[in-house]
Design a binder for this molecule. Structure first.
Ligand SMILES: [Zn+2]
Length: 492
């Protein structure tokens, strides 16, 4: 929330007005384009088809109801009505909107703190050789103020300010050369860009082995919620985890690092030695200052791999989530929160699964921490019921506590360091093991062999061990958690 309201304030400070200036100048230079933006209903990230998603009524700034469209493949969402506006309408809208915004002064939205955080982490990256000191850095769309460049100067570092439409007062560069910068940053920019060529133009400045830093909001999925605060009249492009992952693949980046203090993602052309340096920085900064992934890492720490085993998301499928917390699932899913507070309650809520659309109605079922809360015979009934709800070829992903890992942690002594163990005041391996086997309603703990035996026995086909963010159905990965779990995918 912080990150996104801070975007708005940016319009008034320095870089403010970037868009309206951009549009004005583009209009002046190229002649006002009255035929619109050329949006053709395909996704600028993956070329997938864009489908109508939802509408929002502004009744302000000269806007009434606008339509949002979403890519069926990567979830990238645009405001199609804005993309289809003529250039003069777009100019008018930006002027009207920005002139009505945030007349107050001060740093109400933490923008200063975010920029300070960005300067700090970039400085640390330079010190640790994560960003090369031998080439220049550039802040794209710096606005007049050159806020990031000024902060870097205060740390004895040089960074160019570049703005296509305004004249930066600090370290201005007029014609940056392609592929010549060790770091290119773009803060609160991507959500304003109407075409892929604009996005590519920024990335094209990053040198081989260089780094791209972006600040924007990247949720797992855009929800069809007209009240979402990010839906400003001048925000036209909304990225998702998957759309950013695909941009990384297309641009040939190898790793990402997220810094929460800076609210910034850094994408790395080369992951060579990066993980070790990030670990080093984290140990100096006390823990989880940076999140590293040799894929895309979300602001919540979920990693999406870049390799080909990461399947295509299936947005058309019908999904059922069964577990303890239905709040995590996405729009369009059916979720069943199982009440394990007593055997009767559990039985009742499991029986109510039968009330769903009947046999063979789901493409995917995700069972989250269900297995360990049932005795094997009850779990067999549950597996059979879920199998009957699946379509032929449908996938059931079963995620449960991992006995093998629990035993491993005793062998290595790692169990003593787990936060929940410390919190519970457990001090011997027996106390730890009994907690795993008896707490939270646990009645039966599986290892891989024991789980596979049950799944095979209930008639599932292609019963395969999966892992967090790996398996048969990429659409299910966002529910995966890091903690000690076994993952299995089984097919009807
Ligand atoms: Zn797409």
């Amino acid at each position: 929330m912080l990150s996104l309201v801070s975007f708005c304030l940016k319009f008034r400070n320095g870089r403010g007005c970037i868009l309206e200036r951009a549009i004005e100048e583009e209009g002046l230079e190229a002649g006002v384009n009255l035929v619109g933006s050329g949006y053709d209903g395909t996704c600028m990230v993956c070329s997938g088809g864009m489908k109508y998603y939802f509408s929002k009524t502004f009744n302000n700034w000269g806007l009434t109801t606008v339509d949002y469209e979403k890519c069926v493949d990567c979830g990238f969402t645009v405001c199609a009505s804005l993309l289809r506006m003529t250039q003069s309408e777009w100019v008018d809208l930006n002027q009207t909107f920005h002139s009505s915004l945030y007349k107050g002064s001060g740093d109400r939205f933490g923008r200063e703190g975010r920029l300070d955080g960005q300067a700090r982490v970039i400085d640390i990256f330079l010190k640790h050789g994560v960003i090369s000191e031998h080439k220049s850095m550039l802040d794209w769309g710096s606005g007049v103020g050159g806020d990031l460049a000024s902060r870097m100067m205060a740390r004895g570092r040089f960074m160019y300010s570049y703005d296509r439409y305004m004249t930066p007062l600090v370290n201005r560069i007029e014609a940056p050369e392609k592929r010549s910068f060790s770091l290119v940053t773009a803060g609160a920019v991507f959500e304003h860009l109407k075409s892929r060529s604009e996005v590519d133009a920024i990335e094209s400045l990053v040198m081989p082995e260089g780094v791209l830093g972006v600040h924007l909001l990247i949720p797992p999925q855009i929800l069809p919620d007209p009240d979402w605060v990010y839906l400003l009249p001048v925000h036209c492009a909304f990225h998702t985890w998957e759309s950013m992952r695909r941009l990384m693949v297309q641009w040939e980046y190898e790793a990402s690092v997220y810094c929460h203090e800076a609210l910034m993602w850094f994408f790395f052309k080369s992951k060579n030695g990066l993980k070790e340096k990030v670990d080093e920085i984290n140990s100096e900064s006390g823990g989880s200052y940076l999140w590293y992934s040799d894929g895309f890492v979300s602001a919540t720490g979920i990693e999406l791999p870049l390799d080909s085993t990461y399947g295509v998301l299936d947005k058309k499928g019908k999904y059922l989530y069964v577990g303890l917390s239905g709040g995590k699932v996405q729009a369009g899913w059916i979720s069943k929160v199982i009440d394990f507070s007593s055997a009767d309650a559990a039985l009742a809520s499991l029986n109510s699964l039968k009330s769903f659309d009947g046999a063979e109605s789901f493409d995917y079922i995700y069972s989250d921490s269900v297995a360990e809360r049932m005795m094997p015979s009850q779990f067999d009934d549950y597996l059979a019921l879920c199998r009957s709800l699946l379509k032929q070829g449908g996938i059931h992903r079963i995620v449960t506590f991992d006995n093998e890992r629990a035993l491993d942690s005793i062998r290595t002594g790692a169990w003593k360091e787990f936060p929940w163990v410390r919190k519970a005041g457990l001090s011997t391996p027996a106390e730890y093991l009994n907690a795993i086997f008896r707490s939270w309603g646990h009645v039966y703990i599986y290892d891989e062999g024991a789980l596979k035996k049950r799944l095979d026995g209930c008639g599932y086909k292609n019963v395969r061990k999966a892992s967090r963010l790996r398996g048969r159905a990429a659409s299910l990965y966002f529910l995966d958690r890091e903690t000690h779990r076994i993952y299995f995918d089984a097919e009807r």
